[in-house]
Design a protein around this ligand. Structure first.
Ligand SMILES: Nc1ncnc2c1ncn2[C@@H]1O[C@H](COP(=O)(O)OP(=O)(O)OP(=O)(O)O)[C@@H](O)[C@H]1O
Length: 292
């Protein structure tokens, strides 16, 4: 395993749980609780939510959510507007820490370690669990400096050129920008900017990449490039992607989580099953466009 240190917690501590124990817990005793039926049969999930609840003041954005997400696969999160998709995604790298009103209970484990434990440094966590947002948001800096940013924060001083090149290649942007690395990231097209943001997220060598509607602000060609890129990235990374676009979810994901009104995770399964043979009528109604 690569460096999974989350601040003061050592990789060794995180490693202490065996795959078997992890799977046991994910399949375990919680199934007798009606509120969390989607402890799934994902073996050795890299991320596990257990009874995760988010409240913004009086608004309960997430009902108790329990789910295990598979490693090096793409999980799509779908559901109607306001059902808690972004809230769930932002919990995974503690972005909701930045929202004063957010009250989070339950647990969310990354490789068995609860990321809400006191000894987890959120900044270190976000290097392991990077995020890409709906609207491309490159820094007003050069292409090179955008990608080098996370590496510098991490304290890296050597082999910067190679690392920047590698990240740009992995984000399928290198060929388009290799001769203009000093150009401002803001001068790229929307699709290029989003791939630059993906390069910035993967430069510090994360294990998980969270994407919140990464293509919804892009044209069809740029969208298709991002979708192809997501497929490539899942060979090396765990990708969790929120999308409003059900066809996109069906195209790009291995697993799909369906959240419905009230912040309830109603169904989680293989993407083919969700789209072809969902277990819940409400999910079928949503998938077939009867509501939402
Ligand atoms: N910072 C916040 N303060 C208060 N309420 C919030 C905040 N962020 C989200 N909410 C509320 O929490 C609920 C879930 O919001 P969230 O953005 O997670 O849903 P979503 O499914 O991602 O929606 P969309 O598809 O429209 O982006 C909504 O009722 C929303 O209004």
């Amino acid at each position: 395993m690569s460096d999974t240190s989350l601040g003061t917690t050592t990789a060794t501590e995180i490693d202490t749980e065996t795959d078997e124990e992890s799977a046991d817990r994910s399949l375990g005793t919680e199934t007798d609780n009606e509120m969390e039926p989607w402890i799934t049969d994902v073996r050795s999930p890299i991320l596990e939510a257990e009874e995760l609840v988010v409240q913004y003041g009086d608004i309960q954005a997430l009902q108790p959510v329990s789910v295990g997400l598979p490693e090096k696969e793409v999980t799509a999160i779908i559901g109607p507007s306001g059902c808690g998709k972004s809230t769930f995604l932002r919990c995974i790298n503690r972005m909701n820490d930045l929202v004063d009103a957010a009250d989070i209970t339950g647990s969310l484990r990354f490789r068995g370690k609860d990321i809400y434990d006191d000894d987890v440094d959120p900044v270190a966590l976000r290097r392991k669990i990077g995020m890409v947002f709906q609207k491309p948001n490159p820094f007003p800096k050069s292409i090179y400096d955008n990608v080098a940013y996370g590496l510098r924060i991490k304290g890296q001083t050597e082999n910067m050129d190679e690392a920047v090149e590698q990240a740009l290649k992995r984000a399928a942007l290198w060929d388009e920008v290799k001769d203009q690395l000093d150009k401002s990231g803001l001068d790229l097209s929307g699709g290029q900017q989003q791939r630059l943001c993906i390069a910035r997220a993967i430069a510090p060598d994360p294990e998980v990449i969270l994407m919140d509607e990464p293509a919804s602000a892009l044209d069809p060609v740029a969208t298709s490039q991002i979708e192809d890129l997501i497929a490539e990235l899942s060979e090396d990374y765990t990708v969790v992607v929120v999308t409003h676009n059900m066809q996109q979810a069906a195209r790009i994901s291995d697993k799909t989580a369906v959240f419905l009104t009230g912040g309830q995770l109603v169904e989680f399964d293989d993407t083919n099953t969700i789209f072809e043979n969902p277990k819940h009528q409400r999910v079928e109604d949503y998938i077939t466009g009867k509501f939402g």
